[in-house]
Design a protein around this ligand. Structure first.
Ligand SMILES: [Zn+2]
Length: 357
């Protein structure tokens, strides 16, 4: 059947934290990637540019493409990644009031490929943003192997550095699908704002901040995985139009569903993968599906049965070029031959389950 065009307006929660384990404190950036459940991510390694990188790539699981269905991001787009210089990025979509469909400026897909393929440091990324003609909008994190970090809100007509700085233990930052600084907030659609209770931005940001605050000890990578699995707000019914793709949930680990009344062919919107990017080791820790590892609870959550519930380390230095996972969540033969299969990060399931009880 033909589906009505849908406007994907994002649902990704991103967290940046200072991790303290074996070495000196360092910034690590992390994300859940939220899409309609039939738009998937896979891990891919690019080695054909000036800098090699490992990234997530968006791919539709249906024969209809993403652009044909009205998505604002396109198949093949790299969403999160880290390159061989140790520069890493992730971002969350922002809906701006003023768009320019005829603009020749960089799209988000072109921008991420340019940064991952050419940019060695956060400082260089900021120079590239300033010089670029931009035709996208979002809330971005950049981190590098030198310990630099920036939270940057980037729009078509302006950009703003919200947080910049060295990895001091206890620091963190959170991005959701809106601008948080007043200078940029005037550029976005009013229904996106943090204070709009019917939209899930404020709820997801507050839940992530509370989870990070509650850790009360030096943050390890496993703590980041637990924050990405947070279910605070999951009991609320999904958000409605016009703000966002209907059915999106209000929790960081998003179990969006249209509920029991959903038509048989409905596809809801939720977390299709999660990522932790560690610049110091040039590693993309990837989890297919929900990081909490729960099973699909409704028929409108296709592919989520395959959720890994744990993160595997896609360390660029070990990997050949090409696809490392499939859109169904399987490792490719190339990945099986290169991955450290014993290294996994497991979120703390007791806290994730508690919030859902
Ligand atoms: Zn979950």
């Amino acid at each position: 059947m033909t589906r009505a065009p849908l406007l994907l307006t994002g649902g990704c929660s991103n967290v940046a934290t200072v991790v303290v384990d074996d070495g000196p404190p360092r910034w690590v950036i992390a994300s859940v990637s939220d899409d309609p459940y039939d738009v998937r991510t896979r891990v891919i390694v690019d080695r054909d540019g000036p800098l090699a990188y490992v990234a997530t790539e968006l791919q539709p699981a249906q024969t209809t493409g993403m652009a044909e269905r009205g998505y604002v991001v396109v198949e093949g787009e790299r969403g999160r990644g880290v390159n061989e210089a140790g520069f890493a990025l992730c971002w969350a979509y922002v809906d701006e009031r003023k768009v320019e469909p005829a603009s020749q400026g960089l799209t988000s897909g072109q921008f991420t490929r340019k940064l991952l393929g050419e940019c060695p440091t956060v400082a260089t990324a900021l120079e590239i943003i300033d010089a670029a003609d931009r035709n996208f909008a979002g809330a971005w994190f950049f981190a590098d192997a030198e310990g630099d970090f920036a939270q940057v809100e980037i729009g078509r007509s302006a950009f703003s550095i919200v947080v910049r700085g060295r990895p001091e233990p206890g620091r963190f930052a959170i991005n959701v699908n809106c601008y948080q600084g007043p200078a940029m907030a005037v550029l976005q659609q009013p229904w996106s704002a943090l204070e709009v209770a019917a939209a899930p931005n404020g709820a997801r940001r507050d839940a992530a901040a509370a989870a990070l605050d509650a850790l009360g000890h030096p943050v390890a990578l496993a703590d980041v995985a637990s924050v990405l699995s947070n279910h605070e707000g999951a009991e609320r019914p999904g958000a409605a139009a016009p703000w966002v793709f209907p059915s999106q949930g209000f929790s960081v680990c998003n179990h969006g569903t249209f509920g029991p009344e959903a038509p048989a062919d409905a596809v809801a919107f939720g977390t299709v993968s999660a990522e932790i990017l560690d610049p110091s080791t040039r590693t993309l820790w990837y989890c297919y599906g929900w990081p909490c590892g729960e099973r699909a609870a409704a028929g409108d959550q296709p592919f989520q049965e395959q959720s890994w519930g744990r993160f595997r380390p896609f360390t660029l230095d070990r990997l050949p070029a090409g696809a490392m996972t499939t859109i169904g969540g399987e490792l490719t033969p190339e990945a099986r031959g290169a991955l450290d299969m014993h290294a996994v990060i497991e979120p703390d399931r007791s806290s994730a389950t508690e919030a859902r009880a």
